[in-house]
Design a protein around this ligand. Structure first.
Ligand code: PRX
Length: 698
């Protein structure tokens, strides 16, 4: 493109060079090739072969279980919970194993499941399998950033590692209820650290190792850990990230503000940074390798109440202060394990790869706890999907014979952009199940994923859920019913969605509105750390009696749910509510548009106007003609009222490292509030912001 050649070579990191080179060489695929004319009427049935062995092979079976789960949640969930190990059984009061108040008019919001039950999630994820004779089964394949760097960890080895870290933490005085902050890259040691905290009843708070020092400091100040775990450095693609210097900066800040972290445990990741080149604070810093291997490899389990906190995970809200989402032990354990099993039709022998980082909820629930509770073998990948080239994912799939692959639409779209060639070069015949998470998947990306990646053989579970929900809420149960491209399909067992209008009135049948949940489910978050009133006002005050998800949703005439994006991303143009996802979906139907991000902006006449950032297929130049064609595409796909007012050519979009487009930044650019962009340090490539500002109005 124009800008790419204008940018000086030196400014491009090596990974971008590799990607650019790669993309020139391959035949760019056009999203237009994968148009789904009428997604709502496109039913994709599981194959007979898939159905034959599926755990839930029919709609009747799903319906029966769903009805039971809603009619008698206490009986339904206690039956499933009994499959886990409990040191002491939960209390039953009047046949109830859970307490809930979802209605703010009736007092404080309160959710409890399995209270009085004593268990430990680490014991259930590791010891239970080892004691069942599975010590030498593989728990985790670790695949490094650089091809050729890998390792294999059995359940027995994983348990020993976890015990060593648990013993060390105990030796520092960390005990039940204490917070521990983990700021680590995707090494085996990251899930190990989480499980070690769980083993001793400490509350882990993983901060994604792409957050800035300021963000890390802010989180540390909120939960005040005695200990922080990190690594000295990590390579992500061809880029070196000096984690330790970020932590040093953050810890200096928290000390100044009154909270001095006593111990910083640093994993020496020599592939990235030499130990002797790592800055050191003698009285605080300790090398992992100096203290962990000498610990005893057995460690007592701390039995905790089902309602004792398991972890905190900060997520962004509408204000600048991050929200510390708090999850407890028992319900989270039962629910993540069960959703994992059914949404992916998991059975022993599956090799499961989730591309998420443990710094996000997906890495907690579906890279660590859910799969390990099922005794599954997981692939933990340190790198990025496009390094060293766009074939890396499929190379990994073949290498480990991955059967279940779970990733985000943004990754799918960026791989799609590199064309079919890198996919087709690899066999992928081990795959039998695909998954998608994090944002609505547009039907064209869905179709490409289904047809090209899955060879039209693998169902796709498009899983809708949130940091707050802990586990899948609306998701296919793939053997039970047909999919529709772009729909998350139906609620999981025990989940009662409600679509409400702006007055909080529940709508029936085919409708569109605000997505709420009517009653509690076991892995619901219990509070926002240290701020129960913010929890109540953010999630339970908008629509009385409901948990409000913040998402817009459409339910079609067949009862399928279609997520339309955050409500704050829904744009109201002249009284018409338009999902940014809808406009984006329409734009990428144009064969020359690779990706689009749409935000609203203040418009004198219409209230809000539509502002569309578009990334073009490699090699295509932006022009006035193309602008008109893109607008026409939206007009013809949705209606004239949805036509974008502005098309902004975007060679790159601002994305977090987890691949989420940062609409906050796009909204500011759209609104000309360039001086209010805020923190851009969490972007995968902060350079794209300047690029966009430069291209505004062009
Ligand atoms: O808007 C929804 C979107 O991601 C939000 C939750 O983000 P987070 O807490 O970071 O968790 C991401 C991983 C679960 C939701 O409010 N979202 C997530 N999954 C989907 C989705 N939107 C549409 N379809 C999905 N499958």
């Amino acid at each position: 493109g124009r800008l790419q050649s204008a940018a000086s070579e030196a400014e491009l990191t090596k990974i971008q060079q590799v990607e650019a080179h790669f993309q020139q060489e391959t035949q760019a695929v056009s999203a237009g090739q994968y148009v789904v004319e009428d997604a709502e009427h496109t039913l994709v049935e599981p194959s007979d072969e898939f159905r034959k062995t599926a755990l839930i092979p029919s709609l009747e079976k799903y319906d029966a279980l769903y009805k039971e789960s809603v009619k008698d949640p206490d009986a339904f969930w206690s039956r499933i919970a009994s499959e886990f190990y409990w040191k002491e059984k939960w209390e039953v009061n009047d046949g109830k194993i859970h307490t809930e108040n979802f209605d703010i008019r009736e007092g404080p919001i309160k959710v409890e499941w399995f209270k009085g039950g004593k268990t430990n999630i680490c014991y259930n994820a590791l010891d239970r399998h080892v004691e069942a004779g599975r010590a030498s089964d593989i728990a985790m394949y670790w695949e490094g950033n650089e091809p050729g760097y890998d390792s294999t960890v059995t359940f027995g080895q994983l348990l020993e590692l976890v015990c060593q870290v648990a013993n060390y933490l105990r030796s520092l005085g960390v005990k039940k209820g204490d917070a521990v902050v983990i700021y680590m890259p995707m090494l085996v040691e990251l899930p190990v650290a989480m499980l070690a905290c769980a083993r001793i009843g400490a509350i882990h708070s993983v901060v994604f190792a792409g957050f800035s020092a300021d963000s890390l400091a802010q989180r540390i100040l909120d939960c005040k850990p005695k200990v922080v775990l990190t690594a000295n450095g990590v390579m992500r693609g061809a880029k070196l990230i000096n984690l330790k210097s970020i932590v040093d900066d953050a810890l200096a800040q928290t000390k100044k503000q009154g909270h001095a972290v006593e111990t910083c445990l640093v994993y020496g990741n020599e592939v990235a940074t030499k130990k002797e080149e790592t800055a050191w604070v003698g009285e605080r810093d300790v090398w992992w390798q100096d203290v962990i291997p000498s610990q005893a490899s057995r460690s007592e389990v701390e039995w905790v109440d089902a309602e004792d906190p398991l972890f905190l995970l900060y997520t962004s809200g509408s204000t600048g202060k991050p929200k510390g989402v708090l999850h407890t032990t028992g319900g989270y354990m039962v629910y993540t394990a069960t959703t994992f099993k059914h949404a992916f039709d998991y059975r022993p022998g599956d090799i499961y790869w989730c591309t998420a980082d443990c710094g996000w909820i997906t890495g907690h629930s579906y890279l660590t706890y859910g799969p390990l509770l099922n005794g599954a073998t997981v692939v933990n990948f340190e790198g990025v999907p496009t390094y060293p080239d766009a074939g890396r994912c499929w190379e990994i799939v073949d290498k480990y014979k991955v059967t279940i692959f779970y990733t985000a639409p943004t990754a799918i779209r960026s791989l799609m952009r590199a064309g079919d060639e890198p996919v087709k070069k690899h066999s992928r015949k081990s795959l039998r199940m695909l998954g998608s998470v994090g944002e609505p998947i547009n039907p064209a990306a869905w179709k490409w994923y289904y047809e090209v990646v899955g060879d039209s053989r693998c169902p796709i579970s498009d899983t809708w859920w949130q940091t707050e929900t802990g586990g899948f809420m609306i998701t296919p149960v793939p053997g039970a019913f047909a999919l529709k491209p772009g729909s998350a399909t139906f609620p999981f067992f025990g989940v009662q969605p409600a679509i409400v209008d702006e007055n909080g009135k529940e709508l029936e049948g085919e409708c569109s509105g605000y997505l709420c949940i009517k009653a509690s489910w076991p892995s619901a978050f219990r509070t926002l750390f240290g701020d129960h009133s913010r929890y109540e006002t953010t999630y339970f005050a908008p629509f009385k009696g409901f948990y409000f998800s913040g998402d817009g949703c459409h339910r079609d005439k067949d009862g399928y749910y279609w997520l339309t994006g955050r409500v704050d991303d829904v744009i109201n143009v002249s009284g018409h509510r338009i999902g940014s996802a809808e406009v984006e979906s329409a734009l990428v139907l144009h064969p020359q548009c690779a990706e689009a991000a749409v935000v609203g902006y203040d418009h004198d006449v219409k209230g809000q106007g539509i502002y569309a950032f578009v990334t073009l297929v490699e090699g295509v130049d932006y022009s006035e003609e193309l602008r008109k064609a893109l607008v026409a595409k939206v007009r013809s796909q949705i209606g004239p009222f949805a036509a974008p007012d502005v098309i902004h050519w975007a060679p790159g979009l601002p994305k977090t490292r987890s691949g989420k487009i940062m609409r906050r930044i796009l909204r500011k650019i759209a609104a000309n509030q360039i001086d209010e962009l805020g923190d851009v340090s969490t972007l995968a490539d902060p350079g794209v912001v300047e690029q966009l500002i430069e291209l505004k109005g062009k």
